[in-house]
Design a protein around this ligand. Structure first.
Ligand code: NAP
Length: 188
């Protein structure tokens, strides 16, 4: 999703990409130190968009609290830390756009962990929007199953609509280009 969103943002903006293996900057968002290092490296940033990390499928009968915690490390704690650290680095009136997912609100079998992560992200964004200073904004896009993923994962979630990528990128652009804050943009 990150690459597809980047293509849409690209005109008129300078983009710095980051990831564990690819991108301009190497960062593992499960590490607070790595996040701090990333922000120190890039100065004068107006917006951060995160589509990094995703949850794993789980089996409820053998699921443990430890497995739930591990599932939260990248997608929930990592994105939360990006905001907690990034609030000290982003330019005034800058924006954070995070990524959650449909399972926060629409349960499906095998994604208890994914639902918990996304639900936590929604609550985090509501609080963070109240707390942020200097006009900083934070929002979260909650996508349904993206059409690009439907061929690989569609069979696991029968009945789930495949969402055209343009609907998803429009939501990220709305977060970047308007003044909204504390919003959960559900795209499904
Ligand atoms: N695709 C869908 O249909 C769909 C639907 C609903 C929600 N979402 C959510 O949208 C987000 C993006 O989905 P996607 O399909 O684009 O996932 P993806 O193809 O798996 O891409 C995730 C990216 O995150 C990077 N990453 C993973 N762990 C990281 C970490 N700890 N630190 C830094 N980078 C990390 C990965 O690159 P490296 O491995 O190189 O680091 C990869 O480039 C996920 O949160 C996903 O749950 C997706």
């Amino acid at each position: 999703m990150g690459k597809r969103i980047m293509e849409q943002i690209h005109p008129g903006h300078e983009i710095i990409t980051a990831g564990r293996n690819g991108g301009d900057i190497k960062v593992d968002i499960t590490s607070r130190e790595a996040i701090e290092k990333m922000f120190k490296k890039v100065s004068s940033v107006d917006a951060l968009v995160c589509t990094a990390a995703s949850g794993v499928m789980d089996d409820f009968e053998t699921l443990t609290a430890e497995a739930l915690y591990n599932n939260m490390r990248g997608k929930f704690f990592g994105q939360a830390q990006l905001v907690l650290t990034g609030q000290h680095y982003l330019n005034d009136k800058g924006s954070f756009t995070l990524t959650s997912g449909i399972f926060a609100d629409e349960p499906a079998k095998g994604v208890t962990g994914g639902g918990v992560v996304s639900g936590a992200l929604h609550s985090f964004v509501l609080s963070a929007a109240l707390e942020l200073k200097r006009g900083l904004r934070v929002n979260v896009v909650s996508p349904g199953m993206v059409e690009d993923s439907a061929k690989d994962y569609g069979h696991l979630f029968p009945g789930l609509r495949a969402i055209p990528m343009t609907e998803i990128t429009d939501a990220y652009l709305q977060c970047l280009n308007t003044n909204i804050t504390g919003k959960i943009l559900r795209v499904y």
